[in-house]
Design a protein around this ligand. Sequence first.
Ligand SMILES: C[S@@+](CC[C@H](N)C(=O)[O-])C[C@H]1O[C@@H](n2cnc3c(N)ncnc32)[C@H](O)[C@@H]1O
Length: 174
Amino acid sequence: MSDHKNRPKYDWRNYPPEEIPSSTEPPKQLTNSIRRGESILDIGCGVGRSTLALASIGHRISGIDINPLAIARAKTQASEAKVDVSFTTADATHLHNIESAAFDAVLMQAFLTTLATPEERTTAISESFRVLKLGGKLFMVEFLQNWNSSNYRDRYIRGIKLNLADGTFPVFSE
Ligand SMILES: C[S@@+](CC[C@H](N)C(=O)[O-])C[C@H]1O[C@@H](n2cnc3c(N)ncnc32)[C@H](O)[C@@H]1O
């Protein structure tokens, strides 16, 4: 296992929002199993593409992301589309402003992969359990890239050279 202690700090906080990789649609598993009116928290919502799509078909949904510019863009889009949805800047590993057992469902879409260490991923998952109601559902969707993907192979190699966890790569460097 890699030693993460002295790894460089790469951060999504100031990643240009227009370049944040976005999912094209919310997962069918969620839309098929969550009833209208149930509350959903979209963690690492980016510019809110899936969040807005879910809100526009009647779901009660909030989105959080660590990137304030992405959240500002998501809010603008919600207001232009006159869609009722709340967007907040927050770190998924410290959801202190969200009370426990507040949501029927949590969505993490193309999100866990962006956390650079196993510790951060574990904390984000425990936080999502904390904010879920008893019997609530956690939907995790990843984009299944691997060493065989020509797009990702070089990125993973860079991550290893930078002492990041396996399967993790920097998204932004100064
Ligand atoms: C690949 S994007 C996916 C965005 C969206 N979920 C989608 O599927 O279109 C990952 C998002 O996670 C956010 N993110 C990364 N680390 C985070 C953290 N600790 N807390 C909250 N959001 C975070 C990034 O800012 C980015 O917007």
